[in-house]
Design a protein around this ligand. Structure first.
Ligand SMILES: [Zn+2]
Length: 141
């Protein structure tokens, strides 16, 4: 593993925060896709007890949006923060592939090292090796 430690953790923090802010700015808590006419769907946008229906959408697009509604994004961000608490920025042991590709049941990572869990989390947010943390105001995808 490379010693990107602080950089990748800072980048992940910015990426997770950007997703949380985007999810909260939607203005709805939950989005559900419901069948409509001729293979289409529309979305039910829920905030508290209020519900608003969207216009007709392609069924696949509606399902995609509903699977990434604000509440699910916030749950995912919370889970990712818990993983970072366990694996990021501190010495610890966790399973990892060794240099031969075998899975070691316990590999030791020091404070300055990035374990595979953090690397995979960063990959899922769009991190590429050697990337620098975004400056404030950058759009993280
Ligand atoms: Zn780890």
């Amino acid at each position: 593993m490379t010693a990107q430690g602080g950089d990748i953790l800072a980048w992940l923090e910015t990426a997770i925060t950007a997703r949380e802010e985007a999810a909260r700015s939607v203005g709805y808590d939950q989005i559900e896709a419901v069948d409509y006419l001729w293979g289409t769907k529309h979305l039910l946008l829920r905030r508290g007890v209020g519900v608003k229906a969207s216009t007709e959408l392609d069924a696949a697009l509606a399902d995609h949006i509903a699977l990434r509604d604000p509440s699910s994004v916030l749950r995912r961000c919370a889970a990712d923060r818990k993983l970072l608490d366990l694996h990021g920025g501190r010495g610890h042991g966790c399973p990892a592939h060794d240099y031969d590709g075998d899975l070691d049941e316990f590999a030791r990572f020091y404070n300055h090292e990035t374990c595979p869990v953090v690397q995979h989390l960063a990959d899922s947010y769009g991190w590429t090796a050697g990337q620098t943390p975004p400056a404030e105001g950058d759009h993280v995808t």
